[in-house]
Design a protein around this ligand. Structure first.
Ligand code: NI
Length: 128
């Protein structure tokens, strides 16, 4: 899946100088955007009635309704309450997405979420 969103990396506990030193351009006060690419992997047994592990249409709808609708064209710092307390780094966005999907996908399946912030820069999370 895909979404566009803006963010700013900033630690409220630090001075502007330290934020600049640690986050550089990512600390720019007026935010900046990314074209995020999201790869969701489901692992599990094949259902003998369907031949599927999981219905791709069902997974697509969950991702659309729970992730894209929530994050696409948003300012993550300002529009998503979770990121008022958590720095919206790729790592933390990936965990946020994982936790939402985990709550919507049957526990019998293993779930892994990969989030590309740029074509060459991605993080991956599969719980714990
Ligand atoms: Ni960024």
């Amino acid at each position: 899946a895909h979404f566009n969103a803006a963010h700013r990396l900033y630690n409220k506990k630090w001075s502007d100088k330290k934020n600049n030193k640690v986050f550089g351009k990512c600390n720019y006060p007026n935010y900046h955007g990314h074209n995020y690419e999201l790869v969701v992997s489901i692992t599990g047994k094949i259902n003998s009635n369907t031949g599927y592990v999981m219905d791709m249409g069902e997974l697509k709808n969950i991702i659309k309704n729970e992730i894209e609708e929530r994050l696409d064209h948003k300012n993550l710092n300002l529009d998503i309450p979770y990121f008022s307390k958590v720095i919206p780094s790729a790592e933390n966005i990936c965990i946020y997405i994982y936790d939402i999907l985990r709550g919507n996908i049957d526990k019998e399946f293993r779930l892994s979420v990969k989030l590309y912030e740029t074509p060459r820069n991605f993080v991956e999370y599969s719980g714990n």
